[in-house]
Design a protein around this ligand. Structure first.
Ligand SMILES: C[S@@+](CC[C@H](N)C(=O)[O-])C[C@H]1O[C@@H](n2cnc3c(N)ncnc32)[C@H](O)[C@@H]1O
Length: 204
C-alpha cells in the first residue's frame, strides 16, 4: 500500500488538483453548525480537503501513509498541522480525543477487518458528542465491476488497487454499531452522476 501511494504521488504533482472535494464543503457546514474546533483527517493526502477546515480556524491533524504527500502538504500548512506518518491500521497515533473526524475516500481501500478496525479506532478517538464522517465508494459507482473480483464487492482495479464498494447492507452492518445517524449516496464530484459514494455520519 505504502509503495503504491508513494509512486502515485511521485508521478503526479497534485493528483486531484488544488480544489477540495465538493463533499469537504458540505462537511465544513456540518462541522460549523456543530461548533466543531478540532478535526482528525485519516488519509490526509496533500491536504486539499484539510485546507477547507484549516482556513476556517479549525485545528487539523492528519494521518497519511505517503511521505511524499505529507511533504507536499507542508506547502499549505508549514509546520502548523501535525500529520502522523503511517497506516491507519496502526491507529491511534496520539492520545487526543477529537471533536470530529473526516475520512474521505480511504476506507474502501481496506479489507473488512481493517475497515472495522478503522471505524472502531476513529470512534475511540472521538469526544463524547463528537461527529465522524466517512465517504466511501458505492456499488453504483462507475468503477464497480472493473477488474477481477477478489472478494464480494471488492475488485482489483486496473490501476492496481483493491477497491471495496459498499451497498446499503454493508453500510448498515459496518457503521450502525457506531451510532450512525445518516447514510446517503452522493455524487462526488457533485455534477458527475457516474461517481457514486456513500456519505456516512456517526455521532458519539
Ligand atoms: C484516494 S486518496 C484520498 C486523499 C485525500 N483524502 C483527498 O481526497 O485528497 C487516499 C489517501 O489515503 C492514503 N492512504 C492509503 N492507504 C492508507 C493507510 N492504510 N493509512 C493511511 N493513509 C493511507 C493515500 O496515500 C492517499 O493519500
Amino acid at each position: 500500500m505504502n509503495e503504491f501511494w508513494e509512486s502515485v504521488y511521485k508521478s503526479n504533482e497534485i493528483m486531484w488538483g488544488e480544489q477540495p472535494a465538493d463533499n469537504a464543503r458540505t462537511v465544513l457546514e456540518l462541522m460549523q453548525k456543530n461548533n466543531i474546533i478540532s478535526i482528525l483527517i485519516p488519509g490526509f493526502g496533500y491536504g486539499r480537503n484539510a485546507k477547507v477546515f484549516y482556513d476556517k480556524g479549525i485545528e487539523v491533524t492528519g494521518i497519511e501513509i505517503s511521505k511524499t504527500a505529507i511533504a507536499r502538504a507542508r506547502k499549505y500548512f508549514g509546520s502548523n498541522v501535525i500529520i502522523h506518518h503511517g497506516s491507519v491500521t496502526a491507529m491511534p497515533f496520539d492520545k487526543i480525543q477529537y471533536q470530529s473526524i473526516y475520512c474521505y475516500s480511504l476506507i474502501h481501500l481496506l479489507n473488512k477487518a481493517q475497515r472495522i478496525k478503522l471505524i472502531d479506532a476513529c470512534y475511540s478517538q472521538l469526544m463524547q458528542n463528537g461527529i465522524m464522517v466517512f465517504v466511501a465508494l458505492s456499488i453504483n459507482d462507475k468503477r464497480f465491476g472493473l477488474g477481477e473480483e477478489i472478494e464480494k464487492n471488492t475488485f482489483h482495479s486496473p490501476q492496481g488497487l483493491n477497491l471495496y464498494f459498499y451497498d446499503a447492507a454493508s453500510i448498515k452492518g459496518e457503521f450502525s454499531p457506531y451510532n450512525m445517524i445518516e447514510a446517503k449516496e452522493i455524487n462526488e464530484p457533485q455534477e458527475d452522476p457516474t461517481e457514486k459514494h456513500w456519505m456516512v455520519v456517526c455521532v458519539k
